[in-house]
Design a protein around this ligand. Structure first.
Ligand code: PLP
Length: 363
C-alpha cells in the first residue's frame, strides 16, 4: 500500500468533471490571458477571505514582490521577518535591495516571536513580514500593536495558510497586504504556478493591479515599473472549480491532524495550534531527535515525509553578505535540525493514519 504525501491525483479524480468542464470552457473561448475567470475568481476569493480586494498573480513569490512594491520599499530599507520559512519571504526583500532583518521563532508554533521584534527595529525599518508557517497565523495582535506603535506596514506571507484564521478573521484580511500561493501542493492549489494578494486598502489594490501588468494604467502607458505577474486564465478556472470544495477539504485536513495528535505518543513534540487561531494544516510537522533514522525507517515502510526547512535562511549561502552566523537564531536552527512533516491531505483514511502513526511510534 502506497501513501501519498499530498495526493493531488486522488483530488483531481474527485473533482474531475468540474475541473475539466472549467478548463474546456477556457479552451473553447481561448481567453487565456485575463479572461473573465480571473475576475470571477477574484470576487470569490474576496468573499471567501473577507478582504475587500483579492488580486490574483503569477505565484506566491511575485505576490510578495507586488506587496513590497505597493508599499514602496526602497534600497536600504529594513524588513523584519522570520529565518524559518521558504526562501521567497526573504529573497523578495533582497530583490528590492532592502535588507531582511531576522527575528527568532517561537518554539511551539514555529512562527516569528513577536516578543523579539521591538528589539530589531531601527530607523530604517519599514515593514514586518510574519509568515503563517505550516498553515497557522503568527501572533497578529502583538505584531499589529508593534507595527502601529512604530508606523510599520505588515505584509502577511500566507503562502501556506489560505483560509486560516486569527480571532475569527482570515489571515488574508489581517495585514496591510497579505499574500498567498496556489502552488499545486498548497492547501488550495492550481495546476501550475499561481498566487494572490489581498488588501483592504484601495490605493494599494489599484497599484498592485497595475504593477501586475507591467505598471500599466492604460494600454501601452506605464505609471509604475512593474512585472509580468498575471495568473493564467486556465489556472483561475481550476481554482474556481476547486474553491467550492475547499471548506470541506479543510475539515478533512483538520480530521487528519486531530487523528495524528490523538494517536501519536513517544519521543515526539507535536504541533500546537493556539486557541484563538485555526490552521489549514499545510503541514503536520513534528519534532524528532533522531530525524535521519526516523525518516529512513518511514521511507522503508512506504511513508513519505518532508523536511521544511533543513537550513534556516540566515545560514543560506545567498544571504552571507549580511554576515549572519551560526547561533544568531538558536530556535530556528534547532527547528531546522529536528522538524519532520508527515503526509497531509484530505484523503488519508483511518488505515493510512494507523500505518503512519504506528510506524512512527515503532521507530
Ligand atoms: C512561506 C512561503 N512563502 C512564499 C512561497 C512562494 O510561493 P510560490 O512557490 O507560489 O512562489 C512559498 C511556497 O512554497 C512559501 O511556502
Amino acid at each position: 500500500m502506497k501513501i501519498d504525501f499530498a495526493n493531488l491525483q486522488v483530488q483531481y479524480q474527485k473533482y474531475k468533471s468540474d475541473i475539466d468542464a472549467r478548463i474546456h470552457s477556457v479552451l473553447n473561448k481561448s481567453n487565456y490571458i485575463m479572461g473573465e475567470e480571473i475576475k470571477q475568481l477574484e470576487a470569490e476569493l474576496s468573499s471567501f477571505t473577507g478582504a475587500n480586494h483579492a488580486i490574483t498573480c503569477s505565484n506566491g513569490t511575485d505576490a510578495l514582490l507586488l506587496a513590497l512594491m505597493a508599499i514602496d520599499i526602497q534600497p536600504g530599507d529594513e524588513i523584519i521577518t522570520t529565518p524559518f520559512t521558504f526562501i521567497s519571504t526573504a529573497e523578495t526583500i533582497t530583490s528590492m535591495k532592502a535588507k531582511p532583518i531576522f527575528v527568532d521563532i517561537e518554539a511551539d508554533t514555529f512562527n516569528i516571536d513577536a516578543n523579539l521584534i521591538e528589539a530589531a527595529i531601527t530607523d530604517k525599518t519599514k515593514a514586518i513580514i510574519p509568515v503563517s508557517l505550516f498553515g497557522q497565523p503568527a501572533d497578529m495582535d502583538s505584531i499589529k500593536a508593534i507595527a502601529d506603535k512604530y508606523n510599520l506596514k505588515v505584509i502577511i506571507d500566507g503562502a501556506q495558510s489560505f483560509g486560516s484564521t486569527f480571532n475569527g478573521k482570515t489571515d488574508s484580511n489581517l495585514g496591510d497586504i497579505s499574500t498567498t500561493s496556489f502552488f499545486p501542493s498548497k492547501p488550495l492549489g492550481c495546476y501550475g504556478d499561481g498566487g494572490a494578494v489581498f488588501t483592504n486598502n484601495d490605493e494599494y489594490a489599484e497599484k498592485m493591479k497595475m504593477i501586475r501588468v507591467h505598471g500599466q494604467n492604460k494600454r501601452y502607458h506605464y505609471k509604475y515599473i512593474g512585472m509580468g505577474g498575471r495568473l493564467d486564465t486556465i489556472q483561475a478556472a481550476i481554482l474556481l472549480a476547486k474553491l467550492p470544495y475547499y471548506k470541506k477539504e479543510l475539515g478533512e485536513r483538520e480530521r487528519v491532524a486531530k487523528s495524528y495528535t490523538n494517536t501519536l505518543t513517544g519521543n515526539l513534540t507535536l504541533p500546537i495550534i493556539k486557541s484563538n487561531r485555526t490552521s489549514v494544516w499545510a503541514q503536520y510537522t513534528v519534532r524528532v531527535n533522531n530525524r535521519d533514522e526516523v525518516k529512513k525507517k518511514l521511507q522503508d515502510n512506504g511513508i513519505p515525509t518532508a523536511i521544511y526547512y533543513p537550513v534556516p535562511l540566515h545560514l543560506q549561502e545567498c544571504f552571507q553578505p549580511f554576515n549572519y552566523k551560526i547561533k544568531d537564531y538558536p530556535l530556528a536552527e534547532e527547528a531546522s535540525n529536528c522538524v519532520l512533516s508527515l503526509p497531509m491531505n484530505a484523503y488519508l483514511d483511518d488505515s493510512d493514519i494507523f500505518l503512519i502513526t504506528k510506524a512512527l511510534i515503532d521507530v
